[in-house]
Design a protein around this ligand. Sequence first.
Ligand SMILES: NC(=O)c1ccc[n+]([C@@H]2O[C@H](COP(=O)([O-])OP(=O)(O)OC[C@H]3O[C@@H](n4cnc5c(N)ncnc54)[C@H](OP(=O)(O)O)[C@@H]3O)[C@@H](O)[C@H]2O)c1
Length: 336
Amino acid sequence: MPENRRFLLRRRPDGEPVREDFALVTQQTPVLADGQFLIRNHYASLDPAMRGWMDDAESYMPPIPLDNPVRASTIGMVEESRAEGFAPGQWVMGLNGIEDYSVGMVGGFTQPIDPAMVPQVTNYLSLFGAVGMTAYFGFFDVCEPQKGETVLVTGAAGAVGSIVGQLAKIAGCRAIGIAGGPEKCARLTGRYGFDAAIDYRGKDEAALTHAIAQAAPDGVDIIFENVGGIILDAGLTNLNLHARVGLCGLISEYNTPPRGARNLWQLIVNRASIRGLLVADYVARFGEGAAKMAPWAASGQIVIDEHIDEGIENAYDAFMRLFAGTNQGKMILKLT
Ligand SMILES: NC(=O)c1ccc[n+]([C@@H]2O[C@H](COP(=O)([O-])OP(=O)(O)OC[C@H]3O[C@@H](n4cnc5c(N)ncnc54)[C@H](OP(=O)(O)O)[C@@H]3O)[C@@H](O)[C@H]2O)c1
């Protein structure tokens, strides 16, 4: 069996992950049992949620066991098989680990995919994967947009946020995005079609609240929240009557003790709602979401950016881009 380089979680990060929390080791791939197949992983999706899986905390998924590969959605090709339906050469996608080879089994999380159905096979990790489905179902199902409403998207230049802004425009809404730095803000309006962009860097809560009020003089009807902290609080202060807040992520709190939202009173004042969303709830409807988004992608109404770093030895640096904000689009690690 081939040698397998594996990016292991060695210890649980205390705050921001450091290099020493991980180790790159080489091990033998196991001998396959009946019903199993060997996957050569080509691409791993790097997602902010992986930070939460590294903690020993109760969540929607068990923690990554120590000395196991860091869990990630991967795309790969079946190399050997003792399983019906998974012939060598078949492209597959699954929730595996950051490693050269993973073992899949019939009835597990790994499913066949058809690269001919998408412009790039990596699109299964972006627009046509969990990211795109988070944006699609999070926006349409959880936020229930109406034509003419104002939508505020935080983390707007990222994988999920950039798609939500474009969906908001397709839904006939006004889209305002918040992102870090002038370059990302220029991309929001220039590439993704947001009506206005706000650079949060260097702004305290009062300045952010003011900037949102200027960009949304008639108030905000929907917040698609990816960040939390003072950015969420500034958004809450600008809510309209019966506004909806779709709580998708809180990335500003993943490496620090949660600060929490302090302006929840605004939900009462405005009879507004806040609702958490988890893309895993929509797995059975992914086909529906993909069918809706395919023509928008084909016509250029939705563009998707993928930031692909190469080499398993760069897994740590690539993952940390998500927290430094140096990823320009969906963060993916190429393993082959
Ligand atoms: N609920 C679900 O099912 C679900 C599914 C997928 C993703 N999510 C959530 O969606 C959010 C976005 O995920 P993504 O995959 O699209 O990642 P992403 O936005 O492509 O990358 C993360 C971005 O977050 C921003 N960021 C990082 N630390 C920050 C901080 N302290 N304050 C403000 N912004 C910060 C950075 O952009 P800037 O340069 O603009 O700071 C960074 O580029 C995350 O919160 C993630 O957990 C939730």
